[in-house]
Design a protein around this ligand. Structure first.
Ligand code: OAD
Ligand code: ZN
Length: 246
């Protein structure tokens, strides 16, 4: 159940802010049936990240890495945006939310209609060549695994950021800049254990902005956030958009 008083406080903050940014993590897609990484039933409890989501793992066994990504692509393809994705999209189209900065690669914010989405960790529905500059969108898992570049015949890889890799400099710069400008940041469904995404709420707080956290579990942010709410993101945003009549 969402506490009505807290909902009113959130609405007051939203209505009195001019530059609202959302930071999302795997928890925002959990109610769509997309597994998180570290929560209960998280992927990293079942699978070894070092064997599946590092450049070294891909070099060693591209077929295994692609099998795992194909499984995830097919699973995510079947998933639908939930009320959290939908409400965030409505907040944007009503001029209340500037941008979503997401760590998710699942495309669900865009499928819910959000236009300004900064993808920190790439997108699982894109591939890129390991040798040349070829990049392409994909709609389903590749028929042949591992897939090869149509331009140069080298291996194609998912266009996502793996452990041990740097984020795109321009995207990261934009994210820092948005976080420093935000007078309100909504941090939704992230364990905040992976940097640099985890730093973004601190940047907002340091610049005098307010931060609202919506997460099932406590994070480092919970004690310092302006408001920290222990609720499922989908349930919270369903109630919020209903209350805002969006
Ligand atoms: P995590 O799996 O680390 O954290 C998900 C968070 O969402 C946890 O704190 C859960 O308690 C919370 N949660 C679960 N279900 C929820 C729900 N319905 N509503 C609200 N909160 C819920 O995911 P991220 O923080 O996104 O990176 O992980 C960050 C990065 O680590 C990912 O982008 C991925 C991963 O390894 C790469 O692969 C590079
Ligand atoms: Zn190529």
């Amino acid at each position: 159940m969402i506490n009505d008083e807290i909902l009113e406080q959130v609405i007051k903050l939203i209505q009195s802010s001019n530059f609202i940014v959302a930071v999302t993590g795997a928890g925002v897609s959990a109610e769509s049936g997309v597994p998180t990484f570290r929560g209960k039933d998280g992927l990293w409890k079942q699978y070894d990240a070092t064997q599946l989501a590092t450049p070294h793992a891909f070099k060693k066994n591209p077929k295994l890495v692609w099998e795992w990504y194909s499984w995830r692509i097919n699973l995510i393809r079947e998933a639908k945006p939930n009320p959290a994705h939908i409400c965030l999209s409505k907040l944007e189209s009503n001029g209340l939310l500037r941008t979503i900065i997401t760590q998710n690669v699942d495309n669900l914010h865009q499928r819910a209609g959000s236009k300004n989405v900064l993808e920190l960790h790439g997108n699982i529905f894109r591939v890129k060549c390991t040798s040349c500059n070829y990049k392409a969108k994909i709609e389903k898992a590749p028929d042949q695994i591992p897939p090869l570049c149509p331009k140069c015949n080298s291996l194609l890889r998912p266009d996502v950021v793996w452990f041990g890799e740097f984020l795109d400099v321009e995207i990261l710069h934009n994210a820092y800049s948005l976080a420093s400008k935000a007078d309100l940041m909504l941090v939704i469904g992230s364990s905040l254990l992976v940097s640099p995404a985890a730093e973004l709420p601190n940047i907002t707080l340091k610049h005098g902005g307010k931060v609202i956290e919506i997460n099932l579990d406590e994070t480092y942010l919970s004690p310092v956030a302006t408001i920290s709410i222990r609720t499922k993101a989908g349930e919270f945003f369903k109630a919020l958009c209903e209350k805002l009549k969006l």
